[in-house]
Design a protein around this ligand. Structure first.
Ligand SMILES: [Fe+2]
Ligand SMILES: [Fe+2]
Length: 131
């Protein structure tokens, strides 16, 4: 069963910079799926720290775009971003990565959050920018 995120056109927001960053986030999360059960603990931790850094970088980009366009839902959108970062920081990786089952649970959370956020929340803002 393929657990990875398969990128398709429905993920596109129409904002090139945002789409490129989303693709990078998908790649990082997918590399976790490749690594669970195969990669070393150190490598898996490296993937998670890359995800944390790149997600923050991406959120700054989006928030900058939303601020520049005086997007009315900016605060709610920002709150979603910071809740995600908080959740990543809360993961006890020593415990999670020691268990394949827990590692998959974490992967499913990340996959679910990212796909829902792109398809619903980011789409609301990209649509409002284009109208
Ligand atoms: Fe996004
Ligand atoms: Fe977002």
């Amino acid at each position: 069963m393929n657990k990875k995120i398969i990128w398709d056109k429905s993920f596109e927001t129409g904002i090139d910079e945002v789409d490129a960053q989303h693709q990078r986030l998908v790649e990082i999360i997918n590399s976790l799926a490749d690594g669970i059960g195969h990669a070393s603990m150190k490598d898996l931790q490296g993937i998670l720290s890359k995800l944390k850094e790149y997600a923050q970088y991406h959120f700054q980009t989006e928030e900058g775009i939303m601020e520049a366009s005086a997007y009315t839902e900016l605060e709610d959108h920002k709150a979603e971003h910071s809740a995600f970062v908080d959740q990543i920081l809360l993961f006890d990786l020593d415990v999670i990565l020691a268990s394949e089952g827990l590692a998959w649970d974490m992967f499913h959370f990340l996959r679910g959050w990212l796909t829902n956020h792109i398809l619903v929340v980011d789409r609301q803002f990209s649509t409002s920018l284009q109208t």
